[in-house]
Design a protein. Structure first.
Ligand SMILES: [Fe+2]
Length: 303
């Protein structure tokens, strides 16, 4: 019981049609619905109605992030836990927030992010039959990641944000970068036995650093970079390797300024995993192991 994984991200885009063209033709997501201000998308191997929502807005950034809970009564339990912390929680019936949406609660985290927990999103199926399926559908377009993987957000007080995600929402800390004075500069947290479902890094409250899609191996990460270069998409960093998480990744921007990542690798995490710590002096290698440094543009975030 509890939170299973990242369910969806809602991203602000000042040009809905341009964003939809990029996310469907370059990233290769599938459109599953739309209304006047939003377009709903999913990756090919996801079974539920949407994992990315594009929302028309004046600027880029994160509108909200949603996590999937295992049982309907998890929502009630988290509602009272968040309220005990002084948070305000709203409850939403199935289908109220979006087409295909499940029952949900919404609240703001101490890091200034709108957060949602959802149960029972409509299942629309992946692109494969459930009897004798092939490993991959034919005719996928663009990068075509099988699923959303994680989100990386910014917070003024990473220690406090990390405490909230651990104590209130039940995430487990896998890795951290500690400043010389002992405070947390960045943390990686999981519920899905992967190195991270969410990570926090020092920056403005409510900010989005990036959200990431899973790819199955390093070759696919390199092929994704080929696709990005072919389409003239600005590549931020990589293909490269992380120290923290040990993942392989390439970072790039959607045409409206939201940073995306494709990610693979990592390791299995048991609930009794012992935290890995990076020192402030090794922060560059924690983020990009080969480069050993973080470029100035990579530190840019959108709140
Ligand atoms: Fe990432």
């Amino acid at each position: 019981m509890g939170i299973l994984r990242l369910s969806h991200v809602e991203i602000r885009v000042p040009d809905l049609e341009l964003a939809t063209a990029y996310y469907t033709e370059v990233l290769g997501l599938l459109e599953t619905g739309r209304d006047a201000e939003r377009v709903f998308l999913k990756c090919w191997d996801e079974h539920e109605h949407h994992s990315v929502i594009l929302r028309y807005a004046a600027t880029h950034g994160l509108e909200h992030m949603g996590f999937k809970v295992e049982h309907a009564d998890d929502l009630e339990r988290f509602e009272s836990k968040v309220e005990k912390e002084g948070g305000q929680v709203t409850r939403h019936a199935r289908g109220e927030l979006a087409p295909g949406h499940g029952e949900a609660i919404r609240f703001q985290t101490p890091t200034g992010h709108r957060c949602e927990l959802v149960h029972g999103m409509e299942k629309v199926g992946n692109l494969l039959p459930r009897t004798n399926p092939p490993p991959r559908p034919l005719g996928l377009v663009g990068i075509a990641p099988p699923r959303l993987d994680h989100i990386f957000v910014t917070a003024e007080d990473v220690d406090e944000g990390t405490r909230f995600f651990r104590e209130v929402l039940g995430f487990r800390l896998t890795e951290q970068i500690l400043a010389d004075d002992g405070h947390q500069l960045a943390t990686w947290l999981e519920v899905s036995h992967t190195p991270h479902d969410i990570a926090l890094v020092t920056g403005p409250n409510g900010g989005l650093h990036h959200f990431a899609f899973w790819l199955d191996d390093w070759n696919e990460v390199r092929t994704a970079a080929d696709t990005l270069a072919y389409h003239g998409v600005p590549i931020d960093v990589g293909p490269t390797r992380h120290g923290a998480t040990r993942g392989y990744a390439v970072y790039f921007f959607d045409p409206l300024g939201n940073r995306n990542e494709v990610f693979t690798g990592g390791y299995w995490v048991d609930p009794d995993h012992e935290v890995v710590t990076w020192t402030e002096a090794e922060m560059g290698r924690a983020i990009f192991y080969y480069e050993g440094a973080v470029n100035q543009r990579f530190l840019t975030v959108h709140s």
